[in-house]
Design a protein around this ligand. Structure first.
Ligand code: BDP
Length: 597
């Protein structure tokens, strides 16, 4: 799916700003038929939850409504006219004046609605968007809605981060020529100094395709005709971690001597491969350093914010991180564009978090009922997961920064039914994208003895909390457990092994000379213990700490003001561990992990 951009043949109008806002219980029937009767306005992009002081809005179960007027530019006669929602979390119904023009389920992937037949160039219309924060067994992530003792509907879900919802990313109105480029797919490769870009272009309407590739100085380095082909680059400059290089691919759809449509995208030439226990980028072993993150800031919730994006990348670079995981859902496309431009490596994760009833069973890991059953994650959930994967790969397939798909966080891979649930999804992603390795991050109680599906995947990704949820305050015992755990996975799989979560909740300013949990010293010591263990295994392929920064969670007894496992606080101030990481990852302590593997 192509990102909407302005080109010589396409126009783009941004609809961000302040929209009228109300929850359904405070509106009459079919509220889209008129101006919303509400005193409230909400910022777009932003999650709506923390904008208002009213708890009934924050935790609302059911539809919320956004509305604004839109003016269609007068020059758009004869063009196709579309709305693009970069995200509506978790479902949306879109109305133009009185008419329902489209719907979408899935809170973190974009969708288009073609409104050509409903609106006119030069005219204005009323745009109303109903957005649902609800999580059920037909959404990804899944959740449960029940009627409680007070008669109100309550939402539960099986992940700790707060269920922020709303229009958290940009909304656009854009024009497309009737004959247009519908999709572009690139796969890159190289041999010595010669690089190539295999491309495939899909068009709507009859048109001949011609493509050209320019380097960063704007020099054309290769050209071709036809909707499928290979562009060869002599003396290629590769896209490398820490040293991004982007070519610009321009695609023209031509017919009757006229360029009907033109579209450009950035292309980084690089390869990704798993060989034995090694994760290779451009044929060279790559060791991941970095974080699991969240899209999470005060007031905005999961609202995309360019200032925070720039600052987060700065802080990651400052710590020496070379990568991050989009835990636990696809991030705004702007984040991947930024990673492409700055040579930051991304593990792109789906929103499939909480497919695990064992987590409800607490540390025993005993599910109250089977996870992979019609009661919870059944055929409908699997279908929603498959659709989510199609949309994720469709959006992100051309980003050089994306080197691996993580198709679920902590699923119950130890439970019966896990393999049957995941095997078709693995096959689907391999068909959609045969080039990138696959992984899922593994919950504590999915062990090398009981996991049922690792052989379907390329990389073993562990989430481990020895020293926190297990052996809290006893790092010596935690170290033994961790050592045995990693050894077990090496013996069982021979695949690259990475740690995608490890960490400790930490209260900035709390200190102790002893092994006291929640102190800054304990977080630093726990991370150092993990690193000591990782460094004993040459097969180890990477370390991403949980979490980059503190983040909002749902109410819960073991969360004090959110999840505090951040190396930075929620307002991005470093805890002591940040300085220790910087020494390790920038190689200031002698060993630089990325050089040794
Ligand atoms: C892991 C989850 C992550 C949580 C983390 C924690 O993958 O989303 O935030 O535990 O408890 O199980 O801090």
């Amino acid at each position: 799916m192509l990102k909407p951009i302005a080109t010589p043949t396409r126009d783009l109008v941004n609809l961000d700003g302040v929209w009228r806002f109300a929850i359904d219980s405070r509106l009459g029937a079919e509220p889209w038929r008129d101006r919303l009767e509400t005193p409230l306005e909400a910022a777009v992009p932003a999650s709506y939850n923390d904008l208002f002081t009213d708890p009934a809005i924050r935790g609302h179960v059911g539809w919320v409504y956004y509305q604004r007027g839109v003016q269609v530019p007068r020059g758009w006669d004869g063009e196709r006219i579309l709305l693009r929602f970069d995200a509506a979390t978790h479902a949306a119904r879109v109305y133009v004046d009185d008419e329902l023009v489209g719907e979408h389920v899935g809170g973190y992937t974009p969708f288009d609605i073609d409104i050509t037949d409903t609106v006119s160039a030069g005219a204005a219309f009323r745009l109303t968007v109903a957005v649902s924060p609800d999580l059920t067994n037909t959404t990804i992530p899944p959740g449960k809605i029940e009627v409680g003792m007070t008669g109100g509907r309550t939402q539960t879900y099986f992940h700790d981060f707060y269920n922020y919802a709303g229009l958290a990313r940009s909304v656009w109105l854009y024009s497309l020529p009737q004959r247009h480029i519908d999709d572009v797919t690139v796969v890159t490769g190289f041999d010595a100094d010669t690089g190539w870009v295999d491309y495939r272009v899909e068009t709507v309407g009859e048109a001949d395709v011609s493509v050209r590739l320019a380097d960063e100085d704007g020099r054309i380095v290769a050209e071709a005709d036809g909707s499928v082909g290979r562009l060869v680059i002599t003396d290629v400059t590769l896209w490398r971690p820490g040293a991004a290089y982007l070519y610009t691919l321009t695609v023209d759809a031509v017919e009757d001597d006229r360029v009907w449509d033109s579209y450009s995208l950035a292309v980084g030439v690089r390869t990704v491969e798993v060989r034995g226990a090694e994760f290779l980028i451009n044929g060279e072993p790559f060791y991941f350093t970095g974080f699991g993150k969240h899209e999470d800031t005060a007031v905005r919730g999961k609202g995309h914010d360019d200032a925070y994006m720039v600052h987060d990348f700065q802080l990651m670079e400052w710590t020496g991180a070379n990568s991050f995981r989009t835990s636990h859902y696809p991030y705004a496309e702007d984040v991947l564009d930024f990673a492409d431009r700055h040579g930051v490596v991304v593990i792109d994760e789906t929103a499939a978090v909480g497919l695990n009833m064992g987590v409800v069973g607490g540390l025993s890991g005993t599910p109250p009922f089977p996870t992979f059953s019609e009661q919870y994650a059944g055929a409908e959930t699997q279908a929603a997961h498959a659709q989510h994967l199609r949309e994720l790969v469709g959006r992100d397939k051309n980003h050089p920064s994306v080197v691996m798909w993580c198709i679920a966080n902590e699923p119950a891979s130890n439970e019966e039914g896990a393999r049957e649930y995941f095997e078709p999804l693995v096959n689907l992603v391999r068909e959609l994208d045969p080039t990138r390795p696959l992984t899922y991050s593994m919950v504590m109680f999915a062990t090398f003895q009981n996991d049922r599906m690792i052989d379907l995947f390329d990389v073993v990704s562990l989430n481990r909390y020895y020293g926190w949820y297990i052996n809290a305050g006893d790092l010596a015992t935690a170290e033994l457990y961790l050592q045995g755990d990693i050894q077990g996975w090496i013996d069982r799989t021979g695949k690259p092994i990475m740690m995608l979560e490890y960490g400790a909740d930490t209260m900035p300013g709390l200190h102790s000379v002893w092994d006291q949990v929640w102190t800054e010293e304990y977080q630093t010591d726990l991370l150092a213990m993990y690193h000591r263990v990782f460094d004993r295994f040459p097969q180890f392929a990477g370390e991403q700490i949980w979490n980059f920064s503190d983040f909002a969670t749902t109410n819960g007894l073991h969360r004090v003001g959110g999840n505090r496992k951040g190396v930075f606080s929620r307002d991005r101030r470093p805890k002591s561990a940040a300085f220790a990481l910087r020494r390790r990852w920038l190689g200031l302590e002698g060993r630089k992990p990325s050089q040794d593997s």
